[in-house]
Design a protein around this ligand. Structure first.
Ligand SMILES: Nc1ncnc2c1ncn2[C@@H]1O[C@H](COP(=O)(O)OP(=O)(O)OP(=O)(O)O)[C@@H](O)[C@H]1O
Ligand SMILES: [Mg+2]
Length: 464
């Protein structure tokens, strides 16, 4: 029981600290204050209106009585007054006609001497019993003093009814504000709790945990969708990192084993006093290759992290192609391939010249390394729709459609390429460089061969 109560008070105190609850309370208080303020204004206006009506009725009564007065016949006036007085008790209305000496001539009470005017008085003020409140008008008719008064009972009753109705309405408003506020706060808090729970699961390694979407399309849903998208990206990144680590461990195992065997052979040869210089040279080349793979991996990570963006400047792709032509024309020829370059537009893009050269070089080297003798390699550059489209095509064996996504992964190589030199990082680097330049990359069948196209956004000046 005690633990149940302490659990309840703990959840209430956490609810009290929550933003939805505070918002609900703030709006509830504002709502109630506004309600009571407008109620007070209505009550005051009603009071004024009813008092004005009472005053008007007194004035009319007074005029009516005065109209019956004729200086020659005071009896008529006294009779009219006594008539009115006979219809009403003193608790409803007061009538009095007195002469200048204060003697009562007619009416239902003897008014004390009071100067002319309009007053609010109590029964006791005018020498009567009870606790009535009256609005009283004192005026002079000829040599007499006329007093007409009406009590506030009707006004007070009306105001009392309004006040009671108002109190009930106020109670309902307060209950609705508190109930509604708590309901909304608890509901919003429950959704925030689910966000916190999901983040907790993620921090404990469940990267596939996602925040449930209510489907209402409100701001919490929008935030949840964005967090889920970020979690999705995080999951992909972590999985690809895991994949890369596994690939590195797997792919470097063979060269490291090879290095170990070569060194073992060298040690054994050395023990036999044999010449081991050839084995040591082989070990050195193997360790150079391992080193190059690590360097390439680091370079890709660095590019993916966006570190090279600071070196971006307007870069002419034509000039980059000129360098490629200069370097690879002979290399392609030596490898029994033909290389043609066609640039159909002056394309200036915002980028890193060295990285862009590396990108094209990797694609050309792939065509040289993975295609048979006699392959034609064609590099083309054209501009369309605000983009500079660079393509590298060959007439070699191409890449099957099912493998075109995979070859961009780090260390991924087609089975048939296992015997050719390379580490499977060239296309990963191409993809990282393209993404750094906000370029779209696609691979298609060149019938026969492979065509890789990259669409770079042109510098704004070039688009016009
Ligand atoms: N033009 C091409 N024609 C046929 N296959 C290709 C072509 N380009 C790439 N490939 C295939 O895609 C794989 C991945 O290419 P990638 O450039 O990433 O690595 P690599 O060329 O094997 O090694 P590295 O570029 O690191 O020296 C290659 O191993 C090869 O099987
Ligand atoms: Mg390559």
């Amino acid at each position: 029981m005690i633990s149940g109560r302490s659990h309840l008070s703990a959840s209430f105190s956490s609810l009290r600290r929550s933003t939805p609850f505070r918002l609900a309370v703030t709006f509830g208080v504002l709502f109630v204050v506004t309600f009571f303020l407008s109620g007070a204004i209505i009550y005051h206006m009603l009071d004024l209106g009813l008092s004005r009506d009472l005053e008007q009725s007194l004035t009319e009564m007074n005029s009516l009585i005065v109209s019956t007065y004729e200086p020659s016949d005071t009896g008529d006036l006294a009779n009219t007054l006594n008539n009115y007085a006979s219809f009403q008790s003193t608790s409803d209305g007061l009538y009095s006609l007195t002469d200048h000496a204060g003697n009562k001539l007619a009416g239902n009470f003897a008014a004390p001497p009071i100067p002319n005017g309009v007053y609010t008085v109590s029964s006791r003020d005018v020498g009567l019993k009870g606790h009535e409140r009256y609005r009283m008008r004192v005026s002079t008719i000829g040599p007499y003093s006329l007093v007409v008064a009406e009590n506030f009972n009707d006004v007070d009753e009306m105001l009392r009814i309004v006040l009671v109705s108002f109190e009930w309405a106020g109670a309902i408003v307060v209950a609705t504000a508190i109930g509604g506020g708590v309901f909304l706060a608890v509901r919003a808090q429950a959704r925030l709790d689910r966000v916190a729970l999901t983040m907790n699961e993620v921090s404990h390694g469940a990267l596939d945990a996602r925040i449930p979407i209510s489907g209402r399309g409100d701001d919490l849903d929008t935030v949840a969708i964005q967090i889920n998208a970020a979690l999705g990206r995080l999951q992909t990144l972590v999985e690809s990192m895991r994949q890369v680590s596994a690939d590195i461990a797997h792919d470097l195992k063979t060269p490291l084993n090879r290095l170990r065997l070569t060194l073992d052979a060298a040690v054994a040869g050395n023990d036999r006093q044999a010449d081991v210089s050839a084995l040591l040279d082989e070990a050195r080349s193997e360790s150079d290759r391992i080193n190059a793979t690590f360097e390439a991996l680091l370079r890709i990570s660095q590019i993916e992290a966006g570190a090279r963006k600071e070196r971006f400047e307007p870069t002419d792709l034509d000039a980059v192609l000129a360098v490629i032509s200069e370097v690879y024309a002979d290399v392609a020829e030596d490898a029994q391939k033909s290389l043609t370059i066609t640039a159909r537009c002056p394309a200036i893009i915002h980028g890193d010249r060295d990285l862009l050269t590396q990108l094209i070089a990797n694609l050309v080297e792939n065509a040289i390394n993975h295609c048979p003798d006699g392959t034609d390699i064609a590099i083309a550059l054209r501009c369309r729709g605000g983009r500079a489209i660079l393509s590298v095509a060959d007439t070699g064996p191409g890449i099957p459609a099912g493998e075109r996504e995979k070859v961009f992964r780090r260390l991924y190589r087609l089975d048939k390429s296992r015997t050719t030199p390379g580490s499977g990082l060239g296309l990963s680097l191409v993809k990282a460089i393209a993404e750094l330049h906000a370029a779209e990359i696609s691979m298609a069948d060149n019938h026969p061969g492979l065509i890789v196209s990259i669409g770079f956004p042109l510098s704004p000046a070039e688009r016009s």
